[in-house]
Design a protein around this ligand. Structure first.
Ligand code: ADP
Ligand code: MG
Length: 645
C-alpha cells in the first residue's frame, strides 16, 4: 500500500529549534525594530550564494535539474495577501540540507549574536549576516515564513519548511518541480511598507547592487550587477569604490585605503583590495575566516581565499579575479595551485608598495593606518623574510624623543643619530610610562641619545628578525654586554661614591640573599639616577620574550638575570655603610629582595606583584620606627639642653 503524493503532502513533521536559535528568534520577533529592511539583503545574499554554488556545480556536474534556467533572483509581492516572495534558481536544498541549514544544527553564531545584542549593541542587528544566521532576520518582518525548495540533484524531492518564528518549524514534501528556492514571507501588519516596488528597488540598490545575477523586482531588473574590479579605475568614482566595499564587508565605516589593479603577466589578475579603517569591526569575533573573495571569470571560487594573502595581511578585504585559475578546480585544490602562489606574491607586492606610497605622500593617514595595523606589519617583518625590504620602511616607532606625539621611521632615527653613535638603541617594556622611568634609560637620558620604545608583545620577535637597519646594528639597552659610546669623565667624578671595600661587602651580601635567582650581582657602569637594574645575560632569551611567555602563561619561569648596582646612589651608599657597620642587619636582606622584585615588576616579569606587599609594609614599619626613635631622641636632647640653661 504505497502512499500517494497527496497523502505525503499531509505528512508534516515538527522539529524544535536549538535553544540558542529560539533565543535569537525571540529577540528578532519581539524587540528589534530598527533597520528591518536588511532582511531583504540577507535573503538576496543567500539566493546569490545558492546561484554561485550552482554555477560551480555546473562546471563539473552534468546531471542537473533545469540546466537552462536563467540564473536569477525574483522578488514579487501580493498586496492583498500581504505576502512577499524571494525566489532563486540556485542550488536548492534536499530535505536533510533544509533541516540542517535552517533548523537543527547548533549555531555558535546565534549565541555570539545574541550576546552582542544583549550587551545593548542594537547596531549588531545590521550585521547579522556576519554571524552566519542572516536568514532568521526575516522574523523581524514576518509572522510566518515558508521556504519551498528543490535541489539541483535529479533524485531529490521538493520540500517545504514553515515556521512562525516560535520554538518550532515543520517540514513536509512539496510540489515544486523547478530547481531552486522560494522564500515566502507573510508580512506582519506593521511591515506592509515592504509591499511596494519602489521601496524594494531602493533596498536592492542600496545593499545588493553588485550582486552579479539579475534581481527582478516584479519582472524589472533592479540591480546594476557590474563587477567593479573588471572595470577600469578611471571609470569608477570614489563613491562607487566605497559602496562596493560596504556591500562586500557590511562595514559601516569607509575603508582607509583601496588598491585597484590589473595585470596580465606573469598571471592575469583583476583585483580591488581594501584596508578597513579599523582593525576591530566586531567581525573578527564573529567569523574567523579571512582573505579576499576569489573569482575566476566572474564565477565565485572561494568566499574567503585565505591562502591568497599571508596571514599578517589578514585584515585586507576585497576581490581577486583571475582567468588563469582553472575553472574546474575544486575548492580543496585551490591552495595547492601554482597560479595561486604567483597571484599571492603579486598581491603582496602591490599592497606593500601602496602602503609605502601612503607613508610617503600622506604621512598623517599612514599613521592612522599604523595605529590600527602596526602589529600586523611587525608580524610581517618577523616572519616574511621574502618581503623584508618592503616591510621595514613601513615600521614606525615611539622613542625617548617623540613621547606620545610623533612616530618615527628607522630612517628618521638614523638621520638624527648623535655624532659617533654606532647603534640604534631600543628598550622593551610594558608601557610607555614604565619605560620612560626605566633604569636602563639613565645613561641615554643623561647623554640625550634617542632610544626606541617598544611596548607590544610582538616587538621582541620583530627585533629578532630586524638585527640591523641600513648597516647600523640595533641594540637592546638592557643587554648585559652593551657597548656604550664614550662617557665624558667629569660627569662621573662629581658623585660621591662608596669605598671599594664597602661596596664589595654589600655586593656579596646581595648575591647571598638572591642566590640562584640571579646570575650575578655586579657594579653598573651606566646607572645614574636609579639604584639598580636587571640586565639580560648574553645568549638567553631577553626580558621581552620572557614577558611574552608570562602573558601566554606558558610554563613561565622568572628568568635568571644579572643585577647591577649603582655605587653612587644614596640608597646603595647607605646600605654599603650598613654592611660595614652592622653586616647582619635584616634591613640589607629586605632591601635586596625588594630592589630585585621591584625591577622584576618594572620589567613586566614579576609573576605575582602582590607578594611584595608584606615586605613593603615591613620596610615602612622599620622606617617609621627609626624615624620615631630619632624624633624623640632629638626632642629629649632639646628638652635636656633647655633644662640646663
Ligand atoms: P549563511 O548565509 O551565513 O550561511 P543564513 O542564516 O543566511 O546563514 O543561511 C543558512 C543556510 O541556509 C545557508 O548557509 C544555506 O546553506 C541555506 N540557505 C539559505 N537560503 C538558501 C537559498 N535561497 N538556497 C539554498 N540554500 C539556502
Ligand atoms: Mg546568509
Amino acid at each position: 500500500m504505497g502512499q500517494s503524493a497527496e497523502q505525503l503532502h499531509e505528512v508534516s513533521e515538527s522539529f524544535e529549534f536549538k535553544a540558542e536559535v529560539q533565543q535569537l528568534l525571540n529577540i528578532l520577533v519581539h524587540s528589534l525594530y530598527t533597520n528591518r529592511e536588511i532582511f531583504l539583503r540577507e535573503l538576496i545574499s543567500n539566493a546569490s550564494d545558492a546561484l554561485h554554488r550552482l554555477q560551480f556545480e555546473m562546471l563539473t556536474n552534468r546531471d542537473i535539474v533545469d540546466p537552462d534556467a536563467e540564473l536569477a533572483i525574483r522578488i514579487d509581492f501580493d498586496t492583498e495577501a500581504g505576502t512577499l516572495t524571494v525566489s532563486d534558481t540556485g542550488i536548492g536544498m534536499t530535505r536533510e540540507e533544509l533541516i540542517e541549514n535552517l533548523g537543527t544544527i547548533a549555531h555558535s553564531g546565534a549565541m555570539e549574536f545574541v550576546k552582542q545584542l544583549q550587551e545593548g549593541d542594537q547596531s549588531a542587528a545590521e550585521i547579522i549576516g556576519q554571524f552566519g544566521v542572516g536568514f532568521y532576520s526575516v522574523f523581524m518582518v514576518a509572522d510566518e515564513v515558508t521556504v519551498t525548495t528543490r535541489s539541483f540533484r535529479p533524485e531529490a524531492q521538493a520540500v517545504m519548511w514553515t515556521s512562525r518564528g516560535e520554538n518550532q518549524y515543520t517540514i513536509r514534501l512539496a510540489d515544486k518541480t523547478s530547481r531552486g528556492t522560494v522564500v515566502e514571507l507573510k508580512l506582519k501588519e506593521d511591515a506592509r511598507e515592504f509591499l511596494d516596488a519602489f521601496r524594494i528597488e531602493q533596498i536592492v540598490r542600496r545593499y545588493s547592487d553588485f550582486v552579479p545575477f539579475p534581481i527582478y523586482v516584479r519582472g524589472k531588473e533592479a540591480n546594476r550587477r557590474s563587477a567593479p574590479w573588471r572595470q577600469r579605475p578611471q571609470d569608477l568614482t570614489e563613491e562607487q569604490y566605497k559602496e562596493f566595499y560596504r556591500q562586500l564587508t557590511l562595514d559601516t565605516a569607509d575603508p582607509l585605503l583601496y588598491v585597484h589593479f590589473s595585470a596580465d603577466a606573469p598571471v592575469h589578475i583583476q583585483s580591488i583590495l581594501y584596508v578597513p579603517s579599523k582593525a576591530e569591526r566586531g567581525l573578527l569575533t564573529a567569523r574567523s575566516e579571512h582573505g579576499p573573495r576569489l573569482y575566476s571569470r566572474k564565477i565565485l571560487i572561494q568566499e574567503r581565499a585565505s591562502d591568497l594573502l599571508p596571514a599578517y595581511l589578514r585584515f585586507v578585504e576585497g576581490v581577486v579575479d583571475s582567468d588563469d585559475i582553472p575553472l574546474n578546480i575544486s575548492r580543496e585544490t585551490v591552495q595547492a595551485n601554482q597560479v595561486m602562489a604567483r597571484i599571492r606574491s603579486n598581491l603582496v607586492r602591490k599592497l606593500l608598495s601602496e602602503l609605502k606610497r601612503l607613508a610617503d605622500e600622506e604621512p598623517e593617514r599612514y599613521i592612522q593606518f599604523w595605529q590600527e595595523f602596526g602589529p600586523f606589519i611587525k608580524e610581517g617583518v618577523a616572519i616574511d623574510a621574502a618581503h623584508h625590504e618592503m616591510l621595514v620602511p613601513l615600521l614606525r616607532f615611539r622613542s625617548s624623543k617623540t613621547g606620545g606625539n610623533e612616530w618615527i621611521s628607522l630612517a628618521r632615527y638614523k638621520e638624527r643619530m648623535k655624532k659617533g653613535q654606532k647603534a640604534i638603541y631600543y628598550v622593551l617594556g610594558e608601557d610607555m610610562n614604565s619605560i620612560a622611568r626605566s633604569p636602563h634609560m639613565d645613561y641615554f637620558r643623561a647623554h640625550d641619545i634617542e632610544v626606541l620604545y617598544l611596548t607590544e608583545p610582538i616587538d621582541s620577535f620583530l627585533m629578532m628578525a630586524l638585527q640591523e637597519y641600513d648597516g647600523v646594528p640595533l641594540r637592546n639597552i638592557a643587554d648585559a654586554s652593551l657597548d656604550l659610546p664614550e662617557v665624558k669623565k667629569e660627569e662621573t667624578e662629581e658623585a660621591e661614591t662608596l669605598s671599594a671595600e664597602a661596596f664589595e661587602r654589600l655586593r656579596k651580601r646581595f648575591a647571598e640573599v638572591l642566590g640562584e635567582r640571579v646570575v650575578e650581582v655586579r657594579e653598573s657602569k651606566i646607572l645614574r639616577d636609579s639604584p639598580c637594574r636587571l640586565v639580560t645575560p648574553e645568549n638567553t632569551p631577553g626580558a621581552g620574550l620572557q614577558r611574552v611567555f608570562r602573558m601566554l602563561e606558558r610554563d613561565y619561569e622568572v628568568p635568571r638575570m644579572i643585577m647591577e648596582l649603582n655605587k653612587a646612589h644614596p640608597l646603595i651608599r647607605d646600605l654599603g655603610r650598613l654592611a660595614m657597620e652592622a653586616p647582619d642587619d635584616p634591613l640589607i636582606a629586605q632591601c635586596a629582595e625588594q630592589l630585585y622584585e621591584g625591577q622584576l615588576l618594572a620589567e613586566g616579569l614579576h609573576p605575582d606583584p602582590a607578594d611584595m606587599v608584606p615586605r613593603i609594609e615591613a620596610l615602612m614599619a622599620a622606617a617609621a620606627h627609626a624615624r620615631v626613635n630619632e624624633a624623640s631622641r632629638t626632642n629629649d636632647e632639646g628638652r635636656g639642653t633647655g633644662g640646663e640653661s
